[in-house]
Design a protein around this ligand. Structure first.
Ligand SMILES: NC(=O)c1ccc[n+]([C@@H]2O[C@H](COP(=O)([O-])OP(=O)(O)OC[C@H]3O[C@@H](n4cnc5c(N)ncnc54)[C@H](O)[C@@H]3O)[C@@H](O)[C@H]2O)c1
Length: 118
């Protein structure tokens, strides 16, 4: 395995372990009804974190440029009795980010946390 692939694998493992540690600490708190924006929620790490936060009874605002991805994640959360809404957002577009943040506030009244994946 080359150095690049090895360092990418190590970074991936680090991100996974870090996310697991953060989620373990969050489990110690009651997160019921807290509103969390997850960027890159349509795939990979963002998808997994969205599903885990939903299991912790958060309201999950799914942000991604990939509409099909966040549609599937939203369907999965709703099928498991969770609460989620999806927003097609390019996080490099400041106006789109402000617009989506306002929509989250309009729908759920507040934003408690942001998880930035991509
Ligand atoms: N998975 C790993 O092993 C690993 C290792 C090192 C670094 N990373 C980094 O962690 C992040 C997430 O990795 P992943 O494996 O979950 O990737 P992924 O490709 O599975 O998911 C990334 C998601 O982000 C979305 N996205 C991309 N650009 C966006 C934008 N401008 N606005 C909104 N959404 C956007 C994509 O549509 C996709 O759904 C990436 O930045 C990746 O480079 C991951």
């Amino acid at each position: 395995m080359g150095f690049y692939r090895l360092s990418r694998l190590a970074l991936g493992v680090g991100i996974f372990l870090g996310a697991r540690e953060v989620l373990a600490r969050l489990r110690e708190r009651d997160l019921t009804g807290e509103v969390v924006i997850v960027t890159g929620a349509g795939s990979g790490i963002g998808r997994l974190i969205s599903l885990m936060l939903s299991r912790l009874r958060c309201i999950v605002a799914l942000w991604d440029v990939n509409k099909a991805g966040i549609t599937a994640v939203k369907d999965e959360i709703l099928a498991n009795g969770g609460v989620a809404e999806m927003y097609v957002v390019d996080v490099t577009d400041v106006d789109a980010v402000n617009d989506a943040a306002q929509k989250v506030c309009d729908s759920f009244g507040q934003i408690d946390m942001l998880v930035s994946s991509p």
